[in-house]
Design a protein around this ligand. Structure first.
Ligand SMILES: C[S@@+](CC[C@H](N)C(=O)[O-])C[C@H]1O[C@@H](n2cnc3c(N)ncnc32)[C@H](O)[C@@H]1O
Length: 241
């Protein structure tokens, strides 16, 4: 089993008994959901599952958010769009770290409908907006910095390239960038976080730093920096010059 897991491919069939849970909702599957699936079958689709999923994603992202947003100096970006930004946990960390930044969190309507439940009481939300949309089908909002946190590893090749091409076209050379938060596998793919995440992936692929660099270069990002954070997720900053 571990030999299979080490290749970075999906192991969802091992826990779900079917190759894909719900097409178009690949982003809903996350390694942390494995813990929750002990109590609730991963194929559940109701609102309770959605909210529980969001809670898990929210909690785990909060652990890593500080290290992701400080892995690079992002102070020159005044507007960011977090694609698949879910509850806005990363957006909150960004506006707290960068006082000039405004962040637009884009996610599917059924996710945005629940996002207000995750905002702390009394929090100044004036620099964070939430937008319902589909990043594969709708035009992307304007931003200096696009963020893709735990989105790329769970997209099949066609959707992945489509999304990266859209992001690349939306980036102005020399001004905009894309920040990616993912588990970046070691070159020998022995990172212990990889097998855990692969248990809950649908039809995507985990990648090493070399693989992410190659992928981003293919889409016109000629400066790609990768930082290992020592936390749950690593950070990649890709720029078109
Ligand atoms: C694994 S979650 C990651 C959430 C958050 N970025 C994080 O790192 O915790 C993937 C997110 O992408 C969203 N998503 C998946 N497909 C999408 C699409 N086509 N358009 C917009 N959002 C999408 C999901 O709803 C989900 O919130």
């Amino acid at each position: 089993m571990f030999l299979e897991i080490r290749d970075g491919s999906s192991q969802i069939v091992l826990i779900n008994g079917q190759p894909n849970v719900e097409s178009g909702h690949n982003g809903y599957i996350n390694f942390t959901i494995v813990i929750y699936s002990l109590n609730m079958p991963i194929g559940s689709k109701g609102p309770e599952f959605k909210e529980r999923f969001m809670r898990v994603v929210h909690c785990t992202l909060r652990i890593a958010a500080g290290d992701i947003v400080t892995a690079f100096d992002l102070s020159k970006y005044s507007s960011a769009c977090d694609l698949g930004g879910c509850t806005g946990a990363l957006a909150r960390e960004l506006v707290q770290t960068y006082p000039e930044m405004k962040v637009n969190v884009l996610d599917l309507p059924e996710v945005i409908a629940h996002s207000s439940k995750f905002q702390p009481d009394g929090w100044d939300s004036s620099r964070v907006t939430f937008t319902s949309g589909n990043f594969l089908e709708d035009p992307l909002p304007e931003a200096d910095l696009f963020i893709l946190s735990r989105v790329l590893h769970d997209l099949p090749e066609g959707k992945l390239n489509h999304l990266l091409q859209k992001v690349s076209e939306a980036c102005c050379p020399g001004r905009s960038a894309v920040l990616i938060a993912e588990i970046v596998l070691d070159e020998d793919t022995k990172d212990p976080r990889g097998p855990l995440q692969s248990l809950s992936m649908s039809d995507g692929k985990q990648r090493s730093g070399t693989e992410y660099k190659k992928l981003l270069e293919k889409h016109g990002f000629n400066s790609v920096q990768i930082r290992s954070t020592g936390n749950l997720l690593d950070a990649i900053l890709a720029v078109k010059s």
